[in-house]
Design a protein. Structure first.
Lengths: 346, 537
């Protein structure tokens, strides 16, 4: 363990902890844009600058390991002025789009502009303009809102192991893009969307479906493969408009393309809405009462004529435990046969 | 699952997802993990970045091969020979865990004898994997401290699937890699609640909690709790049900949320059989290919419209919560069953979903300690018998449920249908990243349809050259059971002599071709090997 002092408080942290992590561990807030706790430190945004006694210039706390006896100051007029300048510089090249941005209310840059009270900007001049929109159906990339924090590059490489994007060009022309600036063509897991601190990366399906107001969040479990990732369904009215995942779960907030973007089937117009009974070879709509009376009647007929073992049930690996339990209870206890299975064996 | 249950007395992933990152060796066999279980794939990549070695055994050059230290490209259907020859080398090198074998296992001596013939040379002859690589795999696994084995349907979907599982279990047993953190035998379950459906007794021979229907004391327990008379006759498996229709003994089927027309082998036969039924009831969220054959179709709720629990591949019971209302008159499956049950004069109403869950806990102690409140944020892994039990991260710490782990000698036997002059290629079916299962859900999501719009057959580039087939060209793939037309994806991804078709697409359903031959123990069909021919169109 290492002992250091941050803003006059003595703290002990394990070896190898960065100054930023040490401060956050004890709820001392240092603003950041490029830092992400699950990715390697970058030191790119310069917001996490702190003063350390004995070091002449401010240093980035996300890349500085805590050391024994270190005395750190996280806020001072000089530091706050530096941070404000950094933000003003970023905002001077950022569209004033909050009114129509998908991420308004859930944007780290907007939040920091609010805390630092930045409305007017001392800086002006040329802005990066990008008109290209790529054709992939999942991820909207609005590169004018990109602040080059590099989180998307890191998550794609360090977590997903795909490295579909990287920094290209230098200086004012720097941008993040797939090789040769082609359209994004990857696994579309959307990890990059999950870590983007601004509105640069969003889900195409999210567009104009609702932002934060009146959106309910419901935590549930994914219905695709057996990993069992935690999902947060964002619901407006009676529609799931967005899917995210919390970071403090089994899947650490990471999802795949199906979990993150494969939710539109819920609201598909092709969903079955009424019971159907076959009449003269055609399936026709019926009331629940008619349909269930019919099912019960026909099942009883078969059972009376051929015995319970002439009936079988196939249950579903897609349904809940409770439903599966009730299904086999119905087949075993009510119909009277052990002819019940599901496609687990497949 | 039957295989693991026989060996250990319990059939599930022995270890947990969070433990993966601490493996020092991962042996992934018959699992295209990054596509079929993407988040488990991420944990594997994390282990790899932390320095773990990775052995991939797969006839296809799957995405994980990019990270592999060693890639064993066995011929489809030869896994037993591969595993046995790896174990042969482990014994030869003295890398077995004698103390573990003596303390925790039975039948080692007779098992040891069974490996004698599986020299690396024999292994190479049967599997096509060079003997040097077999030896290297044995040394890597045998010398690892925390090796985890991961497999899916590439192991199980064979007529000798159970034997494949025995071979894997033997390997873990002889090296003592069970009952310890970050080791184990880990079947990755393919669907969100396959584990739960099995746990809940949706199997013809077991009540909830793996309790056999033909044990009188068990039957009496369930009769008391449910207040009914129960049958002690083991029921039919899904594959046997179709045969029973054909021979006239099965007259009615009730199918809840499954689409056997697309998911079962030999689609022509499945459709013919289902049409012969006096009554077919299908309960689903969409008009599936199976529902189209039904006499009655009942509209059900999707996962976003119901409360309850799913159990994931590592035995973790997690909450499902209702977010939206069902469209039209669609109802929750549990409400439909309860209503139907009432028409039979049996009351199956519960005042909440949790009341059902509590009833399960009374009948199966492994979940008795779990309540909805306890899993409101994060799930708990069974066994969890009491409210103060933390749940079980990995199984078999200090012993096996059936006392000792059992070695089961298995020998290599070829698949039911092997290539010949008329049908010279091996067909394997499986999944790809974007689509899911029979596509009932993913194919209704337009973005996914855009990137993964249709069926294809993956062919080896040299084979394609021989047949003068070009990438993207239409070909006809035929087996003894039927034929489909698909476009060819030509690359080095599949082994020579083998083709791969994803089974998601009804317009060229892979299961028109597949062989309904099944494993004699657990009835799983042989989706991974059948013989086909390819004609250029």
């Amino acid at each position: 363990m290492i002992k250091l002092m941050i803003d006059g408080k003595t703290l002990s942290v394990p070896d190898g902890t960065t100054v930023l992590d040490a401060a956050r561990r004890f709820h001392i807030n240092i603003p950041t844009l490029c830092h992400h706790p699950k990715l390697t430190p970058f030191g790119g945004c310069r917001l996490c600058l702190v003063e350390i006694k004995g070091i002449p210039r401010p240093v980035t706390s996300c890349t500085t390991p805590a050391a024994e006896g270190m005395e750190v100051t996280t806020t001072s007029p000089n530091l706050e002025s530096l941070r404000k300048t950094v933000l003003e510089l970023i905002l001077s090249d950022h569209p004033n789009d909050c009114m129509i941005c998908e991420r308004a209310g859930d944007c780290t840059l907007q939040e920091l502009a609010y805390f630092y009270g930045i409305r007017k900007n001392r800086f002006s001049g040329e802005r990066r303009t990008y008109s290209k929109r790529d054709g992939n159906p999942f991820i909207e990339r609005d590169m004018e809102k990109c602040i080059l924090c590099g989180r998307c590059v890191k998550v794609c490489d360090e977590v997903e192991g795909v490295a579909a994007i990287d920094f290209a060009y230098r200086g004012f022309k720097s941008k993040i893009c797939p090789p040769y600036e082609k359209d994004l063509n990857c696994e579309f897991c959307g990890q990059c969307v999950a870590v983007c601190p601004t509105g640069a990366l969003t889900g195409k399906a999210w567009k104009q479906r609702g932002r934060q107001k009146d959106v309910r969040e419901v935590d549930t479990t994914c219905a695709y493969c057996g990993c069992g990732c935690s999902l947060t369904l964002h619901v407006q009215g009676n529609e799931v408009i967005r899917v995210t995942s919390r970071e403090d779960t089994l899947n650490e907030g990471w999802l795949c393309v199906k979990g993150r973007f494969g939710y539109n089937f819920i609201n598909s117009p092709e969903r079955l809405k009424k019971p159907l009974i076959r009449k003269d070879g055609k399936l026709e709509e019926a009331s629940w009462e008619t349909a269930l009376d019919y099912v019960a009647g026909r099942l009883k007929d078969v059972r009376d004529k051929y015995g319970p073992n002439a009936i079988a049930g196939l249950s579903s690996a897609r349904c809940t435990n409770e439903e599966n339990y009730l299904f086999q209870k119905f087949i075993r206890g009510v119909i009277g046969t052990n002819n019940v299975d599901h496609c687990a064996r497949y | 699952m039957a295989g693991l249950a026989t060996v250990f007395g319990s059939g599930a992933m022995t270890n947990s997802m969070p433990e993966i990152e601490n493996n020092d060796l991962l042996f992934v066999i018959g699992s295209n993990t990054t596509e079929t279980h993407p988040i488990i794939g991420l944990k594997m990549k994390k282990a790899f970045r932390k320095g773990a070695k990775l052995i991939v055994a797969d006839p296809r050059k799957i995405d994980l091969v990019r990270f592999a230290d060693l890639w064993l490209r066995q011929r489809p259907g030869t896994d037993v020979a591969l595993l046995n020859s790896i174990m042969h080398v482990i014994l030869r090198e003295g890398l077995e865990d004698t103390e573990f074998i003596n303390t925790w296992t039975d039948d080692f001596e007779s098992f040891r004898g069974s490996l004698a013939e599986f020299t690396p040379e024999t292994g190479e002859r049967i599997t096509g994997v060079p003997k040097e690589k077999i030896i290297q795999a044995a040394l890597l696994y045998g010398n690892a401290e925390r090796p985890g084995i991961y497999y899916t349907m590439g192991i199980t979907q064979h007529t000798h699937g159970t034997e494949n599982v025995y071979a894997i279990a033997n390997l873990a047993l002889m090296t003592g890699n069970l009952g310890k953190e970050s080791t184990g035998v880990n079947p990755l379950r393919g669907q969100n609640n396959v584990q739960g459906a099995t746990d809940m007794g949706c199997t013809p021979n077991m009540y909830p909690g793996y309790q056999r229907v033909d044990v009188p004391a068990v039957k009496e327990k369930f009769e008391r709790e449910w207040n009914v008379r129960l049958s002690e006759k083991v029921g039919l498996t899904a594959t046997e049900m179709l045969q029973a229709i054909t021979n006239g003994s099965l007259k009615a089927m009730y199918i809840m949320g499954e689409n056997p027309v697309l998911s079962d082998p030999d689609m022509g036969h499945t459709i013919k059989a289902l049409k012969e039924l006096d009554l077919l009831v299908v309960q689903d969220i969409f008009m599936t290919e199976t529902a189209e054959l039904a006499d009655v179709v009942l509209p059900a709720a999707s996962f976003a419209e119901k409360d309850g629990t799913f159990t994931n591949t590592e035995r973790r019971v997690q909450r499902v919560r209702r977010a939206v209302n069902s469209p039209g008159e669609a109802k929750r499956d549990s409400a439909i069953i309860a209503e139907l049950s009432r028409l039979f004069g049996y009351d199956m109403t519960y005042h909440s979903d949790e009341a059902v869950f509590r009833e399960i806990g009374r009948l199966w102690p492994a979940t008795a300690g779990i309540s909805y409140r306890r899993i409101r944020k994060i799930g708990v892994q069974w066994p969890c018998p009491t409210p103060d039990h933390p749940g079980t991260q990995y199984l078999f710490k200090g012993g096996f449920p059936r006392g000792k782990g059992r070695f089961t000698a298995v020998s290599y036997r070829p698949s039911a249908e092997v290539p010949d002059n008329e049908y010279p290629y091996i067909l394997s079916t499986g999944r790809q990243l974007f689509q899911y299962h029979t596509g009932t859900m993913t194919r209704k999501t337009s973005a996914i349809e855009t990137v993964a719009p249709g069926p294809y057959v993956e062919m080896n580039d040299e084979d394609a050259q021989g047949l003068a087939v070009e990438d993207g060209q239409k070909v006809r793939v035929s087996s003894r059971r039927g034929s489909i037309e698909v476009s060819a994806h030509v690359s080095e991804k599949t082994l020579r002599g083998m083709v791969f078709i994803p089974f998601h697409f009804k317009e060229a359903a892979a299961n028109v071709l597949t062989n309904p031959a099944t494993d004699p123990v657990c009835s799983i069909p042989e989706f991974k090997v059948c013989a086909v021919k390819i004609e250029s169109l």
